[in-house]
Write a protein that binds this ligand. Structure first.
Ligand code: PEP
Ligand code: MG
Length: 564
């Protein structure tokens, strides 16, 4: 028996026989290099045939799991036919390299660039590039994929690519365990949308597990037991039954509004981090989205999306949520999330640099195009647009003037959509009264607000415990933002991670927030909690927490709201 832990990528428990998915292996001597013309033709032929296969997979996945999950294959088709990758590969062929070497060089250059950015979303896109590269290489070498078992199995792999996942009949896939990968890798995303447990990042060691060995996977705890003892097996089976019961119970409470015992309605919405996550967000029972991170449209590509592409994707988000409000945040990038078409690489401290709305206002056209696309799309549903990294009321006035002008030019009634900003910079939190006066809503970005209030970089693991939402000073700031919003007829949401943590959510509702937006997997549980609370009791707890000595005391005060 061997126990491994990794990151919990998709909840659920499964027990079954292992099947290891070997990565593709290519034998360079199996292929003879031809003339420059022949190699160029081989490259183009392989690319075109992979592109056809990708579109076939896209059609299959659309049928199986829906449009949004299939969207990754649209991105793959874009990668395989990317003109920049083609140019680099053909140049390498011209200089005498074989087609496979040229493919490796061109794709790896891009993948390394993305992987180096220290951003899990972009690192996941690097895996996508490698997936596409291997498909082109397989085509050039004439290598076929390994046959899969015909009975249900637990898939073990170094990393599972979207095309490998798509090739597996979901009815046979009990769970996925990867040595590498992250929660935002597409294998994890697909696992979540298929409802299959997954644990990623368990580290080396899976290659030693023989096919057929019994493996137990707990995708909520991030635990994997290889060849469990009878006691361990019984314990995992018990956990599986409890998990099933929990799911059944939560699925029963996922629909409908979240109204506290004393009648306050809290909107429980889902954050959407990419179109492939849209279906899962809608299915979670979320009442709209409190944060669509539009970065996914802009990152990991050589040029910015144009007006039409943006409008189409925003429309898709608005249509998916029907009558519920969808808060689409404008581009939040800068040196922290670099893109090739905006060079901010020279900033010494990206978190404090030209990012978010600051960058948008400085670059003019990029923001203007996005605002126009949002305004054009606004007729498709209930749109709210939101700005990241706002630090002053002057920035709000500047962007509002742009919105007024574009709406007038597009013939769209300015009052047919909402406008708000994130409150994630301390200066904006302290100016919340004046900012709220100019807007329809505010949304607390607790991830950044905590890092800036406590001066603790969210990327630095050693200071991860420094910020504390329950610190009485922090709670006082949140309460001030809520009071400022309401005094100015604006509503207040929270779209940082704190919204999905029941204890933090209790404190946030106590402080007066109207909406909590979170990862779709947390929606049902938070609704369930909200329905058990009384605002009057939460407010009394907040008063006690604010009068107490520290964060630990404040946590203790809220603990009874989440126990049981
Ligand atoms: C936040 O800062 O809380 C937030 C939601 O934005 P992001 O995590 O994208 O910075
Ligand atoms: Mg933020």
């Amino acid at each position: 028996m061997d126990s491994m832990t990794g990151r919990a990528a998709s909840p659920g428990i499964a027990i079954g026989p292992a099947h290891t998915l070997a990565g593709p292996s290519f034998e360079p001597s199996a292929r003879e290099q031809g003339s420059v013309e022949e190699e160029a033709a081989a490259f183009k032929g392989a690319v075109s045939s992979v592109e056809t296969k990708i579109w076939d997979l896209h059609a299959q996945m659309k049928e199986r799991v829906g449009d949004e999950e299939a969207a990754i294959f649209e991105a793959h088709a874009m990668f395989v036919s990317d003109p920049e990758i083609e140019r680099i590969a053909l140049e390498a062929v011209e200089s005498g390299r074989s087609a496979p070497d040229a493919v490796t060089e061109a794709f790896d250059g891009f993948a390394a660039m993305l992987a180096a950015l220290d951003d899990p979303y972009l690192a996941a896109r690097a895996t996508d590039l490698v997936d596409v590269r291997d498909q082109v290489l397989a085509e050039l070498y004439g290598v076929a994929a390994d046959p899969l078992p015909s009975d249900p199995f637990v898939l073990l792999a170094e990393d599972v690519t979207p095309s490998q996942t798509a090739a597996i009949d979901p009815a046979l896939l009990l769970a996925i365990v990867c040595e590498r990968g992250s929660e935002v890798a597409h294998a994890a995303i697909l696992a979540r949308s298929l409802g299959i447990p997954a644990v990623v990042g368990v580290g080396d060691g899976l290659q030693d597990v023989a096919d057929g060995t019994v493996v137990a996977v707990d995708g909520r705890a991030g635990e994997v037991v290889i060849d469990p003892s009878p006691e361990r097996l019984a314990e995992m089976e018990q956990r599986a039954a409890a998990e099933q019961e929990r799911r059944r119970r939560l699925s029963e409470v996922a629909a409908g509004p979240a109204i506290t015992q004393d009648g306050k309605r809290i909107t429980v919405a889902a954050n959407v981090n990419g179109p492939e996550l849209l279906d899962a967000a809608v299915a979670s029972g979320a009442e709209g989205s409190g944060l669509v991170r539009s970065e996914f449209l802009f990152l990991g590509r050589p040029t910015a999306p144009d007006l039409d592409e943006q409008e189409a994707i925003y429309r898709r988000h608005l249509e998916a949520f029907g009558d519920d409000l969808v808060v689409i945040r404008t581009l939040d990038i800068g040196a922290d999330k670099p893109v090739p078409y905006i060079d901010r690489s020279d900033e010494p401290n990206p978190a404090l640099g030209l990012r978010g709305l600051r960058l948008g206002l400085a670059m003019g056209e990029l923001l203007e195009t996005q605002l126009r696309a949002l305004i054009r799309a606004s007729t498709a549903g209930r749109l709210a647009m939101m700005f990241p990294m706002v630090s002053s009321v002057a920035e709000v006035h500047q962007v509002s003037a742009m919105i007024d002008e574009i709406a007038a030019a597009e013939g769209v009634d300015r009052s047919s959509f909402q406008v708000g900003t994130m409150i994630e910079v301390p200066a904006a939190a302290l100016a919340a009264d004046r900012i709220a006066a100019a807007l329809d809503f505010l949304s607390l970005g607790t991830n950044d607000l905590l890092q800036y209030v406590f001066a603790a970089d969210r990327q630095v693991a050693e200071v991860a415990n420094v910020p504390d939402l329950f610190d009485p000073g922090m709670l006082r700031l949140i309460q001030f933002v809520a009071e400022s919003a309401h005094a100015n007829d604006a509503w207040l949401g929270v779209c940082g991670e704190a919204a999905s943590d029941p204890l933090s959510a209790a404190a946030l509702v106590a402080a007066g927030v109207d909406e909590l937006s979170m990862s779709p997997v947390a929606v049902a549980e938070i609704k369930d909690r909200v329905r058990s609370w009384r605002v009057s009791e939460l407010e009394a707890a907040l008063a006690e927490a604010l009068g107490g000595p520290d964060g630990a005391h404040a946590r203790g005060v809220f603990e009874p709201f989440v126990s049981g």
